[in-house]
Design a protein around this ligand. Structure first.
Ligand code: NAD
Length: 502
């Protein structure tokens, strides 16, 4: 059955599509046209309970399956995602608004995590020490946590869930995904493809919804770990509430990513890189560059190049071939972004390119905001302090690299930061001294590959471990150390004293 044709989306529980128990539904809109595409159930505690029950039934056999068998299912899932990539990208674009090529790229980045997870037999290998005492051996195991949940944002409906569930499943956990209610359909397609790949029923489940479903997840006694990606206030809430319920939590929050451009940089190259990083996906990326810090003489030429290129960006629906930038996610998001642009003007920033009047012929009801560029932005202004999450780039002037680093380290967000320079000395200083989770050197969006871990510092991540890479394996497993002896004559019987080895 093609679930994308349904007017009311189902949940995915126990290996099949099921109607939700809740009677609350929300609209899913096409941001390029404003039309309602379908409705998504806003699950209640009964729905979450059903998903947890299905996961509990499936868990014992799944965790007992050899890691290689689990990996082979993920290999088939990887191939299915690849085979359907174009259709999946269309679906992402339809509900999110980003261009189809951008959506395809994000699916590829998600598939890379699946590829990483297929190495799980190697990644789960423990340590072994023989003869730690006479005739005593020690070794370590990593075992699954149990039922894990993922709560994900609207901006990457395929990639962000794929930061989580491939690693969780490979490690032997069952998983409940609560995707964003704004673009929920992709999660059901991935559930179908996992089933087609041979994943046993109940190992992967989808509940849709909003705060009610999230709260039910956070309080559910069977759910042992929660991965969250979204805005900072909700990330903090998830971390605190989940921890209070005794769960392991990683909660990735919002961002305000700075790119520093040094006077010695190739300004044309830096400007072109910043255009993609600031305006790609309409600025709705957690690693989007929203602040360009121009050091010394870099300021004026950088501003001129950015302005010239920003004015030429083709704004249009994501499914139009020549579109470089689509709409933002909702009407409310557009109004918020437009309001912040007005605030920037009121607070004295120089508006170099104004995207407020963007109109797309034939898409008059779409939620479009054009590329917007500010200069002379200061750290007190709302457009500097707030995460705008739209196509707005703010240029801040700085006297030196030290001043730029100080600015970055004083910001409450700390997801990514980039430096454009030809100086190895400046690059090394930047990567050493900037207190941010992911650093780019002449790379504007330094999203780590799947075999490294992704995550920020300060208000951009609550918890101890980042996602995917080895941090992901650690998050979805618990360590166990085994100490064993096999005496055959009873001569090494333990006594009453504190046991020592040697
Ligand atoms: P959001 O915080 O509004 O929603 C994220 C998830 O939380 C959704 O599943 C949503 O249903 C749920 N949620 C929303 N309000 C809730 C509430 N009051 N209680 C419980 N759950 C709630 O975020 P969004 O608007 O979907 O996504 C954009 C945000 O995500 C931006 O701030 C962006 O920076 C951030 N983000 C961060 C990363 C990262 O890696 N750090 C990656 C992607 C997106």
């Amino acid at each position: 059955m093609d679930l994308t044709t349904l007017e009311r989306l189902p949940l995915w529980i126990g290996g099949r599509a099921v109607a939700a128990h809740t009677t609350r539904y929300a609209e899913v809109t096409n941001p390029a046209t404003g039309e309602v595409l379908r409705h998504v159930p806003l699950s209640d505690a009964t729905d979450v309970d059903a998903a947890a029950a299905a996961a509990s039934v499936a868990l014992p056999a799944w965790r007992a399956a050899p890691a290689l068998r689990r990996a082979r299912i993920l290999m088939r899932f990887r191939d299915l995602m690849e085979a359907h990539k174009t259709d999946l990208a269309r679906l992402v674009s339809q509900e999110h608004g980003k261009t189809i090529s951008d959506a395809e790229g994000s699916i590829t980045r998600g598939i890379e995590v699946v590829e990483f997870a297929t190495g799980i037999p190697h990644l789960l290998k423990g340590d072994f020490s023989d003869n730690v005492g006479t005739g005593v051996d020690s070794f370590s195991l990593r075992q699954p946590v149990g039922i894990c949940a993922g709560i994900t944002p609207f901006n990457f409906p395929a990639m962000v869930p794929m930061w989580m569930f491939p690693v969780a499943l490979a490690c032997g956990n069952a998983f409940i995904l609560k995707p964003s209610e704004r673009d929920p359909t992709m999660s059901l397609r991935m559930a179908e493809l996992l089933a087609e790949a041979g994943l046993p029923d109940g190992v992967f489940n989808v509940v849709h919804g909003d705060k009610e479903a999230v709260d039910a997840i956070l309080a559910h006694p069977s759910i042992k770990a929660v991965s969250f990606v979204g805005s900072t206030p909700i990330a903090r809430y998830i971390y605190e509430t989940g921890s209070r319920h005794g769960k392991r939590v990683q909660a990735l929050g919002g961002a305000k990513n700075h790119a520093v451009v040094m006077p010695d940089a190739d300004i044309a190259f830096a400007a072109e890189a910043l255009i993609g990083a600031a305006y790609g996906s309409a600025g709705e990326r957690c690693m989007a560059v929203s602040v360009a810090v121009a050091v010394g003489d870099a300021g004026d030429p950088l501003r001129d190049k950015l302005a010239e290129r920003a004015r030429r960006i083709a704004v249009g629906p994501g499914d139009r071939k020549d579109s470089e930038m689509g709409p933002v996610i909702t009407c409310a998001a557009r109004d918020r972004i437009v309001g912040l642009i007005a605030r920037g003007v009121d607070e004295g920033a120089t508006l170099v390119v104004d995207g407020r009047g963007a109109r797309v012929h034939g898409h008059e009801n779409g939620f479009f905001v054009g590329p917007t560029l500010f200069d002379q932005v200061t750290r007190e202004m709302a457009i500097y302090r707030e995460e705008i999450f739209g196509p707005v780039l703010a240029i801040v002037r700085a006297e030196s690299l030290d001043a730029a680093i100080e600015l970055i380290n004083a910001n409450p967000y700390a997801n990514g930061a980039a430096l454009f320079t030809r100086s190895g000395f400046a690059a090394r200083k930047f990567q050493q001294d900037v207190e941010v989770g992911m650093i780019g050197v002449n790379v504007p969006i330094p999203v780590p590959m799947a075999f490294y871990s992704f995550g920020g510092w300060r208000n951009s991540l609550f918890g101890d471990l980042h996602v995917h890479g080895m941090d992901g394996v650690r998050f979805y497993t618990r360590g166990k150390a085994v100490t064993a002896r096999w005496p055959d004559d009873g001569s090494a019987a333990p006594g009453f004293h504190m046991p020592t080895m040697g």
